[in-house]
Design a protein. Structure first.
Ligand SMILES: Nc1ncnc2c1ncn2[C@@H]1O[C@H](COP(=O)(O)OP(=O)(O)OP(=O)(O)O)[C@@H](O)[C@H]1O
Length: 286
C-alpha cells in the first residue's frame, strides 16, 4: 500500500491492527473474532475477567502463539512476515511470568534491552551504559544496579523488566499485567512512566480504576470475545461491569482526572447481600 493510500484510508497513524483473530486449543475457542486497532502513541488497556483471553491475545501479538485465523499488522506490515530481529527492534514485551536469570545483575538484565539494536560483536558504549542507568533511575532501581536480579523482590524484578523494555526503545510496548507485583505507588508511577514514553502501548490490567485512569482506550474481553471497546467512559459502565464481572458497582467521575471511578459493593456470600441493599438504596434515592 502506498503512503497516499494509507493516508486516504486512515491507517497512517495505526501502530497495530488486529482483524478477526481466532485461536483455539483442542476445539476449545480461546479467542473468537477479535478485532481492534491501536493508534500511534496511544495506550490501550486490555481488561476482562480471569481466563478471558487477555494473555492469549497478547501472545498472538508478540508471536509466541500463532492464531488459527485473522491478521495482525504492525505499522502496516503483516507480523507473520517480519523477521524476529526486526520485530525485536519494534516491539518490547514484559511478560507475566519471566524466566530465571541466575548470575545476572539487575544492570545486566536491563542492558539486554540493547541487544536487538546491536550487531553480533558490538559491545556496549558509554552512551548505552548511561541509558541503562537512566532507565534504572526512572523505575527507582538506581541503587540496586549491581544487585543480583534473582535477589530482587517481585516488584523490583518487574520494574527491572520495565526498565529493560524502555532501553529497547520500542515503537510498541506490550505489557502483560505489568502491575501485579507492584505496590500502589509503583502501579501508578510505572504506568504513568510508560504513558510518558509517547509510544504505542497495549497493557492487560486487572485494576479497572487504574486502567480507567491511565489508558486512552479500553478493550474488554470476555470468554475470548471482544465485549466492548472505546473510551473508558464507554466501556466502564455499571451495566457492563455487572454483566461481565458479576459484581455490583457504582460508577462516578474521578475527582482529579474526571474519568470513570468505580466503587464496588460487597456481600456476595451473605443471605442479604449489601450490594443488593445498596442497589435498593440507590433506587429509593437514599
Ligand atoms: N496453551 C494453552 N492450552 C490450553 N488452554 C489454554 C492455553 N493458553 C490459554 N489457555 C486457556 O485459555 C483461556 C484464556 O487464558 P488467558 O491466560 O489468555 O486468560 P487471561 O484473560 O489472561 O486470564 P488471567 O486474567 O487469569 O491472567 C483460559 O481458559 C486458559 O486455560
Amino acid at each position: 500500500m502506498t503512503q497516499n493510500q494509507q493516508q486516504r484510508d486512515g491507517s497512517m497513524g495505526e501502530a497495530l491492527k488486529v482483524t478477526r483473530l481466532y485461536w483455539s486449543v483442542q476445539q476449545q475457542a480461546i479467542l473468537s473474532n477479535v478485532s481492534f486497532s491501536l493508534q500511534q502513541g496511544e495506550m490501550l488497556g486490555l481488561i476482562g475477567p480471569n481466563g478471558a483471553g487477555k494473555s492469549s491475545l497478547l501472545r498472538c501479538l508478540y508471536r509466541y502463539i500463532s492464531p488459527d485465523r485473522g491478521q495482525i499488522t504492525l505499522f502496516g506490515e503483516d507480523i507473520s512476515r517480519i523477521s524476529q530481529k526486526h520485530l525485536a527492534t519494534k516491539v518490547a514485551v514484559v511478560q507475566q511470568e519471566t524466566p530465571h536469570y541466575f548470575a545476572m545483575s539487575c544492570e545486566q538484565i536491563v542492558a539486554m534491552g540493547l541487544t536487538p539494536h546491536k550487531g553480533l560483536f558490538e559491545t556496549d558504549t558509554q552512551a548505552d551504559k548511561h541509558n541503562v542507568m537512566k532507565a534504572l533511575d526512572k523505575v527507582g532501581l538506581a541503587l540496586k544496579a549491581s544487585q543480583q536480579y534473582e535477589q530482587l523482590s517481585g516488584g523490583e524484578k518487574q520494574r527491572a523488566l520495565i526498565a529493560r523494555a524502555i532501553v529497547q526503545k520500542p515503537q510498541l510496548l506490550i505489557l502483560d499485567e505489568p502491575t501485579n507485583h507492584l505496590d500502589i505507588r509503583y502501579q501508578i508511577q510505572i504506568l504513568e512512566l510508560v504513558r510518558q514514553l509517547g509510544i504505542s502501548v497495549i497493557a492487560s490490567i486487572h485494576d479497572l480504576n487504574l486502567a480507567s485512569a491511565v489508558c486512552d482506550r479500553l478493550l474488554l474481553l470476555n470468554q475470548g470475545a471482544c465485549i466492548a471497546q472505546g473510551l473508558p467512559d464507554q466501556v466502564l459502565t455499571e451495566q457492563i461491569i455487572g454483566d461481565v464481572f458479576g459484581v455490583c458497582c457504582q460508577v462516578n467521575r474521578h475527582p482529579q482526572h474526571g474519568k470513570p471511578l468505580i466503587t464496588y459493593f460487597y456481600g456476595y456470600q451473605d443471605e442479604h447481600p449489601h450490594h443488593q441493599t445498596r442497589q435498593q438504596d440507590n433506587k429509593e434515592g437514599i
